[in-house]
Design a protein around this ligand. Structure first.
Ligand code: AMP
Ligand code: GLY
Length: 423
């Protein structure tokens, strides 16, 4: 098969790494890709939301399958674009259709779905610019901290957690009236604050059958001890040590099954990954959010633990026979540590040469914001590279990642030295 992966991050390098290992994959393209995917696939410099350019590429190279990495093209309807085009309609697309992608595209849609299907989640109400005063009164009925979420996609920045009521009211007005997050905050969901430890569950579905992948925990804040600004993710661990068998059963029975059944009942066509952000409150899992794609850097620890051929799984998803596939998981733990540009998640410089990659032993460097320039690997983004390792325990794995990071260098390189600190 000829396969195209859309995206350019560490997630997509990991997809490419796993796809290239499949005997079913004859030729692999990544658009736009990065310096990591360039080593194992053909990069094509087109934007993931330029559907006409994607169509031209697919037709030119007889591509059989398109795997969508990030949420933007899904929420904009890339899968529907294929289904509605006579020349593209028989090509396998891994990723939900637009109606289902609203689970990530609109927080209000996701909350309505969760309540409709009796899936445990935080209490909420949603507001728009005509109901700001009601929103302020609702805040007065809650205990701090206050959780405000822009309804739409806001590149991971749309959630505010505030301790002070006046500040919460001001931010609510900023979001609804001053368009703090643009169109994304024309509606705001205000939620009950859930106190607990977070983890993520990843599910594959063909729209009726499902398979559960290993859990992972990511580290979102820039600073050690989970402090400072939110990032796309600074590291991850799989499996999550506190996710016991009993707890995983609760996740499957109370969350995964009603989610998949809900997709069927609501007629939301879904062939792809469901990423369920969870919080463990006491001994019970509650849903924080849905994402309609894999996580980054969670992919960099989940896929390395998957022994089953990923392309075989994707084929089964597209043919709606995922029930026929056995998912085999590596018992070892996997960890990853993200190397980021100094300054990230605020302003940072690009174009710094990355050295030491040849010295890496026993870890896998998944490239993210990195590109090739004049034959050298240089930084091109905030999150630059995820260093993944296996171990019999996560402590052993993380030690290996840090040992290899000691050999790597670029100007103003930064990373968290405490991944796993809270486990
Ligand atoms: P989200 O974009 O919905 O995943 O929210 C971003 C982050 O905000 C989550 O990873 C949590 O750390 C936090 N968060 C979101 N909703 C809640 C909630 N109801 N209670 C506590 N923390 C939350
Ligand atoms: N690491 C969180 C995400 O991919 O959304």
């Amino acid at each position: 098969m000829t396969i195209l992966i859309l995206g350019s991050g560490g997630r997509e390098h990991t997809f490419a790494w796993k796809t290239a290992q499949s005997p079913l994959c004859d030729k692999l393209f990544v658009a736009p890709g990065n310096s990591g995917t360039a080593q194992i696939a053909t990069n094509v410099n087109i934007k993931v939301t330029d559907f006409e350019a994607i169509k031209a590429l697919v037709l030119e190279h007889d591509i059989d399958m398109v795997v969508v990495g990030p949420e933007d093209p899904l929420v904009q309807g890339v899968h529907d674009f294929f289904l509605n085009d006579d020349q593209l309609k028989n090509i396998a697309v891994i990723g939900p259709q637009k109606a289902a992608a609203e689970l990530e595209g609109s927080k209000e849609f996701a909350k309505e779905f969760l309540f409709r299907h009796h899936i445990p989640t935080a209490a909420y109400q949603s507001f728009d610019s005509s109901t700001v005063e009601e929103g302020c009164r609702f805040l007065e009925t809650l205990n701090p901290p206050y959780v405000l979420k822009a309804d739409g996609l806001a590149a991971g920045k749309g959630v505010l957690i505030l301790n002070n009521l006046d500040e919460a009211k001001t931010e609510l007005k900023n979001m609804l009236v001053e368009a703090k997050f643009g169109e994304a905050s024309s509606k705001v969901v205000i939620e009950e604050f859930l106190d607990g430890i977070e983890l993520s569950c990843f599910v594959l579905t063909d729209g009726k059958n499902y398979k559960i992948l290993p859990t992972a925990k990511d580290y979102k804040r820039i600073g050690e001890g989970d402090t400072g600004l939110n990032t796309g993710g600074m590291g991850a661990i799989s499996p999550v040590p506190f996710a016991t068998e009993a707890f995983l059963n609760k996740i499957e029975e109370r969350i995964v099954k009603p989610t998949i059944n809900g997709l069927v009942k609501d007629n939301l066509p879904y062939k792809g990954f469901v990423f369920i952000g969870l919080i463990k409150v006491g001994d019970d899992p509650k849903v924080i959010e849905y994402n309609v794609r894999m996580g980054d850097p969670e992919t960099e620890v989940v896929l390395p633990r998957l022994k089953t051929d990923l392309v075989e799984i994707f084929k089964a998803i597209s043919e709606e026979r995922l029930n026929e596939i056995d998912i085999e998981i590596d018992e070892r733990a996997a960890t990853t540590v993200m190397l980021v540009s100094g300054g990230y998640p605020e302003a940072y410089e690009k174009g710094k040469e990355i050295t030491g990659l040849d010295a890496i032993e026993g870890s896998i460097p998944f490239h993210a914001g990195a590109t090739i320039k004049d034959g050298k690997v240089v930084t091109s983004g905030g999150r630059v590279m995820a260093i993944t390792s296996y171990g019999n325990t996560y402590q052993e794995a993380i030690k290996k990642s840090y040992q290899n990071i000691d050999k790597l260098h670029f100007d103003k390189m930064n990373y968290r030295k405490d991944i796993g600190f809270d486990l």
